[in-house]
Each structure stands twice: as C-alpha cells, then as structure tokens.
Design a protein around this ligand. Sequence first.
Ligand code: DON
Length: 331
Amino acid sequence: MVQGAANWNTEQTQEWLQNYVDDWVAFYRKHTSDGEVASYIPILKEANKDHLGISILGKNGMAIRSGDVGIPFTIQSISKVISFIVACMERGVGYMLDRVDVEPTGEAFNSIMHLEMKKPEKPFNPLVNAGAITVTSMLEGRTSDEKLEPIFHLLEHILGYRPALNVDVYESERDSSMRNRAIGYYLLEIGFLESDLNITLETYFKQCSIEVTVDDLARIGMIIANDGEDPDSKEEIIPRQVTRIAKALMLTCGMYDASGKFATYVGIPAKSGVSGGIIAIAPPRVREEELPFINGCGIGVYGPALDDKGNSIAGIRLLRHIAKQWDLSIF
Ligand code: DON
C-alpha cells in the first residue's frame, strides 16, 4: 500500500498521487494490446485500442486525471445503472423489485439461454441485457424520446450539462443488434415487457449511445458514492435507498460473469460498458490510518480494448492496482 503522507486530502498530496497515477496509467497502457475492441456493433471497431484514461473525483473535490481523459465515448451498458435508477425514481423501488430480480447470472451479458433454461418469474437483474431491456420498457413515456428525457434530465442535473446522443453509434447498434432483438422478442413472449417492443428497443439503443467522458463517469460515481447527495449543495439528487440498491447490483452483477473476481480483487461497486468505459464507486471507509479518498470517490475509466467478458482489459487491471495501493476495497 502507498505510504507517506499524514493527510491525504491536501493539495501537496494531490501532486504526489497524480504522479503515481500517471506512472500506473503508463504501465497499464501496455496491457491494452492483450485485448480487442468490440466489433459486434460495427462502429465501435473504429475506437483506438491503445487508449487508456482515468478520472478520479473525491467528495472533497480533489480530482486526479491521467491518460486519455478528453475522449468522448458511448456509455453503453453503464446506462443500465442510470435507467434502473430513473425507473426506481419514477415507479418506486417496490414496483421495480417486484418485476426485476437482483441475482447475478454468471452468464454473458447478452445471454438468452439462461432465461429459457431457468424460466424465472422475472429477469435476473437490471444490469444484464434482458433485465435492462425490461427496465427500459418500464420507463414512463409513450415514445423513446419521452422515455429518455428523465435519463437526460438526471444526467444534466449531475453533470451540469446535457450529454449528447451519438446518432452514428445508435444507428450502428439499431441496424446490427440481432441478439438484442432476439432477447426482446423472447421477453415479449414471456410477458415481461411493459411497453411496445420496438419503442423499448429504440429507447434501449439510444440510452446506450449517450456520449460521456471519464470525468462525467467520475462525477456520477462520486454522487452515488455519497448516497445520491451533492456534497457541495447538500441536495438529494438520487434517493439514498435507490443508490444503495444500485451499488449492491453493481458489486454483484456490474462486471457480468467477472463480477465475483472484480469484487474479490478490486472490492468496489463498478459497471462496465462495451465501448470500454467503467464507472467505479469507492464509498467512504473507516480505517485507523489516513488513506487517499477516504471519504469516497467516483472513478471513470476508458480503455476500449476489452477482455473476453466484454470489460476493459487495461481498465480492470488499473483499477485493481489502484484499489490495492489505496485500500479502496469495501471489505
Ligand atoms: O446491448 C448491447 O449489446 C450494448 N449496447 C451494450 C452492451 C455492453 O455494454 C456490455 N458491456 N460490457
């Protein structure tokens, strides 16, 4: 573990931490060659697989940013956390948990087989495609734009600007996503969808195509780490109960069939996306000694080279290293 400073929340230590993170990013950038960019959504193939960037934002405002931080990328599956939060805020937690379970699948994010074999009464969790498409069908609104508006509104509230929809990515996924259509038809057959299938899928593809940066993910993560409250204005942006469920889901299901390993070796809630983004949330921790970001932080990572589970390969290794050095694990 990093040793050396008595108080990790001062300006002097910020520079020190920055130097460490710069070194770690340079080191893990070499690991991007072990992965591949996603190709099943054709336009995602255009990403530069050498990119690696990280942004860490503490509750006290301390920010550490390193590597390729300025590159916008589509939020992809990280949107599943946001759509679940919005659906809980619209419908109520009880309504949502009656209709979507909170159990990890141990299967790939886009599995259909598991649903068919186990015949559950509700989708397994909101963070795999079947659960996320079901959640999207429960968002209020008659059109995809009406359903998306509260998602954009929440993001604007947190980020201070309205993120853009990347139309090229949306069209690329819309025109290629045979598997999500198959999942959608299966969900329709078993009666899990609460909106028209085509509107639901259109909404789902659009929510995945919202463009963000690592700084945006760090800020969203910091607000969730702080139980949904903006630490500066003290305003409740997301109800605490909803953030608690979101964090539990991220820890148990956020990295798909690598969630157990991520919980063991990194130990904080996180959610990945197939464009290479990861949002990670380090809640406040109680320790005898002072530690970096002891009051909690949000972390955004971008590294489009993925491992075979669809998670950023260098991003996961970088997070694992930082979590170990700074003792971020919640366990
Ligand atoms: O539905 C899909 O396949 C994509 N829009 C999102 C998948 C994803 O990000 C999985 N993440 N690792």
